[in-house]
Design a binder for this molecule. Structure first.
Ligand SMILES: [Zn+2]
Length: 343
């Protein structure tokens, strides 16, 4: 749908939901009213941008930084410069971008925007488990983050050094193929490799997390090889964007009703009852598995389900990671780092 929206002819007013022209708009049948919408004007890299708070409030002070011009999302050197120019002005906020390709990107690829906020995600708390030295960037602290997705963290007082290094890593990744690790830069002219970047200040230094993404699909995984696989779709089937990447599960609203029902049926009829119920039968295999692991009672059922959904979400992130957290995945990750260093 995101890919189709990007191609769709742009017409109407405002052009899209992120456009500055939404301020004060009365709305129409297929475009929401925004009479009480307010935008703070900012300069980012000497161009005109707007800052607004998100109508979705996924976390504290969830905000959107958007270009005042309706122009497509692109992850390139200038995107890194923009992220750092924002955290320079708002050192208490993080800022990140969805990737610029469908499946691994966000919902709106047609209008350049970033998402930020005053919130510390689990990924920001995760530490570097393996140090890297990038040739020519000895003043930059770098490493692989202990996280289910594939994250390179770079940190320095010098933001220009970080921009140079991030640009080098991005360019290397865009063109990188490693058949043994099932990483293909492109198939039939369709590019697959991109990055989800997140910038923040840490103890007075600039920091950037670069999450390696690939959106290849196969007959076995038509929604994406690095996307939650079939067996997790009963919980999460949607794209893994910036917020999920950082460790906050944005789950489909249908789960609210389904988990209520599942809790009730598990306690009264057990897993057989789950299989008989049309609304929740898709959760039956999972329910059986978690019933074996946990002694489910009326008192603890909600707590158990919450904990187990968290475990599924961790698997979702593992599926979205291009390098798995095992021996082969580690070796493949190192091959890419060597490739960057030899470029
Ligand atoms: Zn727009």
């Amino acid at each position: 749908a995101s890919a189709a929206a990007k191609l769709a002819m742009q017409s109407g007013y405002p052009i899209c939901l992120l456009c500055y022209e939404n301020v004060g708009y009365a709305g129409r049948v297929n475009s929401p009213a925004r009479q009480n919408h307010r935008v703070i004007s900012l300069k980012i890299n000497d161009t005109d941008w707007g800052l607004q708070y998100s109508p979705y409030v996924y976390y504290n002070e969830h905000c959107i930084l958007f270009n005042k011009k309706h122009t497509p999302m692109v992850i390139d050197r200038s995107a890194f410069e923009k992220l750092f120019d924002f955290v320079r002005q708002f050192p208490h906020y993080f800022i990140g971008s969805n990737a610029d390709l469908p499946i691994v990107g966000g919902s709106i690829l047609s209008h350049e925007h970033f998402q930020g906020g005053h919130y510390t995600f689990a990924m920001a708390k995760a530490h570097v488990e393996e140090k890297i030295v990038f040739k020519g960037f000895e003043n930059v602290d770098a490493g692989i983050v202990k996280w289910p997705m594939s994250v390179i963290r770079i940190n320095s007082e010098d933001k220009n050094a970080l921009v140079d290094l991030a640009d080098k890593i991005l360019k290397a990744w865009r063109g990188y193929t490693d058949e043994e690790a099932f990483i293909y830069a492109e198939t039939e002219g369709e590019p697959h490799n991109t990055i989800t970047p997140i910038a923040r200040m840490r103890n007075g230094r600039y920091e950037l997390d670069l999450v390696l993404r690939n959106n290849i699909t196969t007959e076995e995984y038509p929604l994406g090889v690095y996307h939650p696989h079939q067996e997790l779709h009963h919980i999460k089937k949607e794209n893994i964007g910036l917020i999920e990447v950082m460790g906050l599960a944005v789950l489909p609203s249908r789960l609210k009703g389904e988990m209520e029902k599942l809790a009730q049926v598990l306690v009264t009829e057990g897993t057989e009852g789950v299989r008989r119920d049309k609304l929740i039968e898709k959760h039956a295999d999972w329910a059986e598995e978690i019933s074996k692991k946990n002694n489910i009672t009326a008192e603890n059922v909600h707590e158990v389900l919450q904990k187990e959904i968290g475990i599924v979400f961790a698997k979702v992130l593992e599926h979205a990671g291009v390098y798995k957290r095992n021996k082969d995945g580690k070796a493949a990750f190192e091959r890419f780092i060597d490739y960057v260093n030899n470029k």
